[in-house]
Write a protein that binds this ligand. Structure first.
Ligand SMILES: [Zn+2]
Ligand SMILES: [Zn+2]
Length: 224
């Protein structure tokens, strides 16, 4: 089952119940930005059709990192759209080259072709979209080019696989560049930020995000 769930009037979340895939967030009203594509674009395009949102209105794709469960839909989406495709500069080459090891495509036996990246992101970049002003935070640890998108005024954090709800966080034992100390540092940084809505790459969106992030940081310090 695939459905778009409303997080706020201009942020929708794609929830796919039967597959290993990342959450996908659809942001905006007339034109849309997505955070991650999920493993397979069909889930997203089906859900958009059901909600009468033309796929051509997808104008920007921001990837939180290059793992296949977050970028697998890219190959298909570029057939339908000419969206700007953005990822942190540390991981752009893996997507462009279709690197099966770095993206973990090999582990999941998923086909992957290289896709050109049109914008390489770095710490402090600003992405203005609709009513939102997102700051790109480089938060390495799960991978070397993991990013979060932070909306300071609205207190929203799209956190990819860096931090999840309920005190959990992304693995640090995978390529490209997983590193426990980096993740602890990233969680420390995030735990000092004002976050209400935490929108992670997997599992639930939660409202008291800062508490969840602090719990993740405390847990990571003990277990990583
Ligand atoms: Zn993931
Ligand atoms: Zn990941």
């Amino acid at each position: 089952m695939t459905d778009l769930i409303e997080i706020t009037p201009k942020i929708k979340m794609l929830r796919v119940s039967e597959s290993f895939t990342s959450n996908v967030y659809l942001i905006g009203q007339d034109k849309h930005l997505i955070v991650d594509t999920g493993l397979n674009a069909n889930y997203l395009t089906d859900a958009m059709q059901k909600s009468n949102i033309p796929v051509e209105d997808l104008e920007k794709i921001v990837l939180t990192h290059s793992h296949i469960d977050h970028i697998g839909g890219l190959n298909k989406l570029v057939e339908y759209t000419s969206a700007d495709i953005c990822i942190h500069e540390n991981e752009s080459s893996y997507v462009e080259e279709g690197d099966k090891r770095a993206t973990a495509a090999a582990v999941f036996s998923v086909q992957l072709q290289g896709t050109p990246i049109t914008s390489k992101l770095k710490e402090g970049d600003i992405i203005e979209w609709d009513e939102f002003v997102f700051e790109v935070l480089h938060t390495p640890g799960h991978t070397c080019g993991s990013i979060c998108l932070y909306e300071k005024v609205k207190r929203i954090l799209f956190s990819g696989d860096t931090v999840f709800a309920n005190g959990s966080f992304g693995r640090t034992d995978l390529p490209p560049g997983g590193n426990s100390q980096d993740l602890i540092n990233s969680l420390k940084r995030l735990s000092s930020m004002n976050v209400d809505i935490l929108a992670p790459g997997h599992m639930d969106v939660v409202n008291n995000g800062q508490l969840h992030i602090k719990k993740s940081y405390e847990t990571a310090k003990v277990y990583l």
